[in-house]
Design a protein around this ligand. Structure first.
Ligand SMILES: C[S@@+](CC[C@H](N)C(=O)[O-])C[C@H]1O[C@@H](n2cnc3c(N)ncnc32)[C@H](O)[C@@H]1O
Length: 243
């Protein structure tokens, strides 16, 4: 749909290109259609190494996807509790089918809708996350930043709920810390636990550069550093945006 004059002025009463794209994105999101690339091979290598070295005893994920394969596989083999929380019904179904197709049994993926303020409905969250976790992977909800609704990832309610569920985290992953609200959440969750913090850039699409943050205790950091050096994973302690 053309929503602008040739000189760029908006046509009266006709939605702009951004609004049209947002409607399309919301429709694709509701249908469970993927519209972005996944994280890098280096990141998945790092995640598997970190799981194997830190050995968390209970796992929580916010925002399901490819990562759920790795976390569910670990949980299944290590017999530790794991819940993956997903806001979209269609996407939850798709990820759960993917797990079964990949020969990972169990039903790890739970749908929890977002509340009016954009973060998850906490009453529903508490119903599915009934244990304290020491491994946390934050990659949801998606919404305002992605053009698929009102959901927002950072904020006081997110930090308070996560801090209560993971009072002593040993493995923490927060995606998209190139966005200030996510970096702030990562800082808030890692500050009391004295975990070491690292960052890895990756390209989910040709025009995007994302940064994922990971934190773990110092003894694990020494061993994970060796893996990164051997596998050529450019993990850095430099915060995004820092020179
Ligand atoms: C952020 S991505 C990746 C998640 C996963 N933790 C990983 O690392 O592989 C997954 C999120 O994208 C959302 N999603 C699914 N389809 C989408 C679409 N078409 N557009 C935007 N987001 C979508 C899902 O609701 C889900 O919470």
């Amino acid at each position: 749909m053309i929503a602008e004059h040739a000189d760029g002025r908006r046509l009266q009463g006709v939605p702009g290109r951004a609004a049209v794209v947002a409607v399309g994105m919301r429709a694709l999101h509701r249908a469970g259609v993927q519209t972005w690339g996944t994280k890098s091979f280096e990141f998945w290598t790092l995640l598997v190494a970190a799981l194997g070295i830190v050995r968390p005893r209970a796992l929580l994920e916010l925002g399901s996807g490819r990562s759920t394969q790795y976390l569910a596989e670990y949980a299944l083999k290590e017999k530790v509790p794991f819940v993956s929380v997903e806001q979209s019904r269609a996407w939850r179904r798709r990820v759960q089918h993917g797990l079964h197709a990949g020969l990972v049994g169990g039903s790890f993926v739970h749908r929890v809708p977002v509340a009016a303020d954009g973060w998850y409905d906490v009453e529903r969250l508490d119903r599915v996350v009934t244990f304290e976790c020491d491994g946390v992977y934050v990659d949801g909800p998606v919404g305002a930043r992605e053009g698929v609704g009102r959901a927002a990832r950072g904020g006081a309610r997110a930090a308070a709920w996560l801090a209560a569920k993971a009072p002593a985290p040993r493995l923490l992953v927060v995606d998209d810390v190139d966005r200030p609200e996510n970096l702030e959440l990562f800082d808030t969750l890692t500050t009391p636990s004295r975990l070491e913090r690292f960052f890895l850039s990756y390209r989910p699409g040709p025009h995007q550069e994302n940064v994922v943050a990971i934190a773990y205790p110092a003894d694990a950091a020494a061993r994970i550093r060796q893996v990164c050096e051997a596998a050529g994973i450019p993990l850095t302690a430099d915060r995004p945006g820092a020179c």
